[in-house]
Structure formats: C-alpha cells, structure tokens
Design a protein around this ligand. Sequence first.
Ligand code: ADE
Length: 225
Amino acid sequence: MRIDIITVLPELLKSPFEASILKRAIEKGLVEVHFHNLRDYTTNNYKTIDDYQFGGGAGMVMMIEPIDKCISKLKAERTYDEVVYMTPDGERLNQQVANSLSLKGNIIILCGHYKGVDQRVRDHFITKEISIGDYVLSGGELGAAVLCDAVIRLIPGVLNDETSALTDSFQDNLLAPPVYTRPADYKGWKVPEILLSGNFPKIEKWREEKAFEHTKNRRPDLLEE
Ligand code: ADE
C-alpha cells in the first residue's frame, strides 16, 4: 500500500510514522507513506495556499490550484484507488471504513485547514470524505494520522500476531473483553479463575460472554447495528 498525504504542515504529521507499529510497517515495506507540502505547488512568491471566500464572511478557503497541481502530478505517476479528504462533515471513521481502506493499493489523503477547501476540489478530485469524530480540529493532519494508524495496522503482516487485529474491539461490532497478565494475584486482586484453567474452549466462551456484556453496558448501539 502507498499513502500520499497532502498537507501544509508535514512536520506535524511525521512523528506518528517514526515510532512503533507504523515505523515497523514502513521498514518492512508493507506500506509507503509520502508527504507533500502544498506550499511547494504554489505559483506566487508568498506561497499562499488560501484566499478570502467569495460572497464574504469570516475564514479563509484553501485554493484549488495548488491542490490540483499536487494531485495531478501524483495521478500522472500512478493510479490511485481513493482520494480522501479529511473534514468534520465527512463520513465518520469506524472499523468498517478502516477495514475497507486497508484493502486499497494507493490512496491520497488531503488535509484541510481554515474554512476548508474550495468546493470544486471536493466535486472534482475527492472520492471519499472522512471525519474522525464530531468535533472540529485545527486541521486535517491529526485526523489523517489517526486514519493511517487505524488502516496500516490492518495490513496483513503489520501486526506480529495477525489474529490480534481480528480480536480488536469493533471487529464484530463488539467491544473487546477484559485482559489480564501476571501476577495472578496482586494485593488480593485476583485474575478470574477461568483464565488460569487451561480449558481453552471454556476461556473462549467466557471471553465472548464478557465482550457481549461489556458492549451491552457501554455501547448498546453496536448490538442494534
Ligand atoms: N478536520 C477538522 N476537523 C476534523 C475532523 N473531526 N475529522 C477529520 N478532519 C478534520
């Protein structure tokens, strides 16, 4: 998989890819992540990427030309399966959206700023709009980092134990059951007996029951879906 991220703040985005699972995925060659500074695609001396909105009103709008130049250059080099725009009015990111994006070959992610991008960018270049939640961030960069993390960990081979992504919360519309590690007794707080029993069918059943109970208590909406 190849991810090209278009941003005015590449420095804000780089560190999540320089540690832990994302770093290892890149080192293993399972994903390539490239950053493109939108200011490199401006034609004016001041490298401005935004302008006042037509019709008046507060807030700047990201101009179409530098975005067109950047996306068109990338598209001339290879084909893309999806051009994603990070925006609070996009489709809400969830595990299904992450699963489906993890199956794509090449994707572009455009990070918005200010009042957003000129609508013509959305009409003519964007194939998918994603929000990471019902709140407004200063820009799409942190959302793009969240999206990339959720997607990249699902690429086969990225996690050491491939089954561990399958038992994540949300994979079956269920939250994950509780987990424990040593010591089995800490200050009298004991690990459930069943987990020490070695009876794996019973342990599996216990985990399913706990996952269901936890989902019912905390996110009943997931069970209704
Ligand atoms: N840009 C600003 N707010 C955002 C959000 N909630 N999700 C994705 N991109 C955003």
